[in-house]
Design a protein around this ligand. Structure first.
Ligand code: AMP
Length: 463
C-alpha cells in the first residue's frame, strides 16, 4: 500500500516525498492507522525499521496546525543524540506544515531551549533530566498535552531513568494517547507499559533478537595483547566506507581513537564524557564523511541513524547480548548491507555462548590470513598501508576483475553449519559501496528545506 492510502495529509505526503521515501515500511503500514485512530500502541521493532516515521507522521497529521498554547506532544528519548535525531525527523517530515518542534536535552545552555518553549512549541522531544528541570521551574507545563511518546523504553530504564520516567508520566493529563516503543518488553517494562497505557495495540516487527539479514557478522578470536594490532590489520585489509568501532569503556574509546589517529586514520570519538559540542561535531563529521572511523561506547548503539555505515567492529565484545544486536544494527540499516566483526579473547567463551543463544544462531569464527597472531604486540601503531580492493582497482582501470584475492582474506576457523554469510574484508557485500538506503527506495538527495517552520534542524540525514 502506498503512503497516499494511509490517511496522511497532503502536506505530510509532500514531506515524505521530499525525503525520497517511496513505500512505507512494515511498521509504518501497521502503526500509522493505529496512531491516526487515536489508540495507544506498544511497538517493538528491530533497529532501522523506520520506527521514527511510523510515529512522527501520524502524530504530525493529528496536530494539524501550530497552536501556541503549550506542547501537545512530548517525546521522551534516552540520549541527546536520539533526541536531536528525532527532532530532525519531525522537522523533515513537517517541513510543509507550520508545526514547531523543540529539542530539550542536557549538555547545552538553557537559554535557547527556554525561549523556544516560551515562544510556544507543539512538540517537545526531550531527555528526562533536562525535561525535569524545565518542569520544575514551570517553564514547561504539560496541561495541554495530547500525545505522549516513550521511545527506546528499555534503554531508558537501563540508563536509570525509571523514576524520572514514571514521574513524568504522572505529570501528563490522564486523557491522552500514549505510544510506547521498546526493543524488548521483559516483565519490568510490562509494568511501566501497564502504568502508562490503556488497551494498547501491540505491534511487533521482526524480533529484536535477530540480526538484520543484510548484515554479515563474524567473531575474530585474538589474545588480549594483540587486539589493537588485529584491529589495525582488519582496517587495512578492509575496503570500508565508514566504520563504527565499539569500546566497552569511555577510557578505552579514547585510547583506541588516539592510537588509530597515530596510524593515520581520521577518527571521531563519541561517548558520554565528551562535551555536547564535541558529540555533535563527532556525529556530524562521521555522517558527512569527514571521519572514516568513529569510536563509540554503547551510547551510540541505540537508534542512531548514520546512513552508509559499511562496517561495525566490536573492539570489545558487548557486555550483554542485546547490545550485540543493537551495535551491529548500526550497519545494514534500511535494507542496505554491512559487515560486523567482533574481536574476542579466549576468556570470553561464556559471553560468546550468551550472544549465540540470544540470537539463536552460531556466529562463524574467523582468522585473518597474513596476520601474525604469535608475534609480540607492536608498541604504538605503524602507519598502515591502506588496502585497495583489487576488484575496485581493476574496475577503476577499466577491467572486471574477479581477481584472485580470496586467499589473502579471512578463512573460517570453525565454519558453522547453515550460518549465512561470513564476511571477508574487501569482499563482503558492504565493500560494494552500494549501501546507502536503497531498500525502501530512498532518494539520495535531501530535498531543499523550507525557510522557517520546521526547517531548522541541527543536522540533516544523509541519503
Ligand atoms: P529509523 O528506524 O526510524 O531510525 O529509520 C531508519 C532509516 O530508514 C532512516 O534513515 C530513515 O530515514 C529510513 N526510512 C524510514 N522509513 C523509510 C521509508 N518508508 N522508505 C525509505 N527509507 C525509510
Amino acid at each position: 500500500m502506498p503512503f497516499s492510502k494511509l490517511g496522511l495529509t497532503p502536506a505530510l505526503l509532500n514531506g515524505v516525498k521530499a525525503m525520497g521515501y517511496v513505500d512505507p515500511t512494515p511498521i509504518q503500514l501497521r502503526a500509522i492507522p493505529v496512531v491516526l485512530g487515536g489508540g495507544d500502541l506498544i511497538g517493538s521493532a528491530q533497529t532501522g525499521t523506520g520506527k521514527t516515521a511510523a510515529f512522527a507522521l501520524p502524530v504530525l497529521a493529528r496536530l494539524g496546525k501550530h497552536e501556541a498554547r503549550g506542547p501537545r506532544v512530548l517525546v521522551l528519548e534516552p540520549t541527546r543524540e536520539l533526541a536531536a535525531q528525532v527532532e530532525t525527523a519531525f522537522r523533515d517530515f513537517g517541513r510543509f506544515t507550520d508545526i514547531r518542534a523543540t529539542v530539550v536535552h542536557g549538555g547545552v545552555g538553557y537559554g535557547r531551549q527556554r525561549s523556544e518553549i516560551q515562544a510556544g512549541t507543539d512538540i517537545v522531544i526531550a531527555t528526562p533530566g533536562r525535561l525535569m528541570d524545565f518542569l520544575g521551574e514551570k517553564t514547561l507545563r504539560l496541561d495541554n498535552l495530547k500525545i505522549l511518546i516513550l521511545d527506546e523504553v528499555d534503554r531508558m530504564l537501563d540508563m536509570g531513568f525509571v523514576k524520572d520516567v514514571k514521574k513524568i508520566i504522572g505529570m501528563c493529563p490522564r486523557e491522552r494517547q500514549t505510544l510506547f516503543f521498546s526493543a524488548t518488553v521483559p516483565p519490568e517494562i510490562e509494568d511501566v507499559a501497564r502504568f502508562a497505557l490503556r488497551n494498547p495495540t501491540r505491534i511487533e516487527i521482526g524480533v529484536a533478537r535477530t540480526v538484520n539479514q543484510s548484515v554479515t557478522h563474524a567473531f575474530y578470536p585474538v589474545s588480549q595483547v594483540k587486539k589493537f594490532d588485529l584491529l589495525v590489520a582488519l582496517l587495512e585489509k578492509t575496503d570500508f566506507h565508514s566504520c563504527l568501532i565499539f569500546s566497552r569503556t569511555k577510557h578505552g574509546a579514547d585510547k583506541i581513537a588516539r592510537k588509530l589517529k597515530s596510524a593515520n586514520h581520521s577518527v571521531a570519538v563519541l561517548h558520554a564524557n565528551r562535551s555536547q559540542s564535541q558529540r555533535v561535531e563527532a556525529l556530524a563529521g562521521f555522517k558527512s564523511g569527514k571521519y572514516e572511523v568513529m569510536v563509540a561506547t554503547d551510547i551510540a548503539a541505540r537508534g542512531i541513524d548514520v546512513a552508509g555505515v559499511s562496517h561495525v567492529i566490536n573492539y570489545d565484545i558487548p557486555a550483554n547480548p542485546e547490545d550485540y544486536v543493537h551495535r551491529i544494527g548500526r550497519t545494514g540499516r534500511a535494507a542496505a548491507v554491512g559487515d560486523a566483526f567482533t574481536l574476542t579473547t579466549p576468556e570470553q567463551a561464556g559471553e560468546i555462548r550468551n550472544i549465540e543463544r540470544f540470537i539463536g544462531q552460531k556466529v562463524p569464527q574467523m582468522k585473518l590470513e597474513g596476520f601474525n597472531y604469535s608475534a609480540p604486540p607492536s608498541i604504538g601503531a605503524a602507519a598502515p598501508q591502506r588496502y585497495v580492493d583489487p576488484r575496485r582497482a581493476q574496475q577503476q582501470r577499466g577491467g572486471h576483475g574477479h581477481g584472485g584475492h580470496q586467499a589473502q582474506s579471512h578463512s573460517p576457523q570453525q565454519p558453522a553449519a547453515g550460518q549465512g554469510r561470513a564476511p571477508t574484508p574487501g569482499q563482503g557485500p558492504a565493500s560494494r559501496a552500494a549501501h546507502t538506503g536503497q531498500g525502501f527506495g530512498h532518494g539520495n538527495q535531501p530535498a531543499p528545506r523550507k525557510p522557517g517552520g520546521l526547517s531548522r534542524g541541527s543536522w540533516t540525514r544523509r541519503g
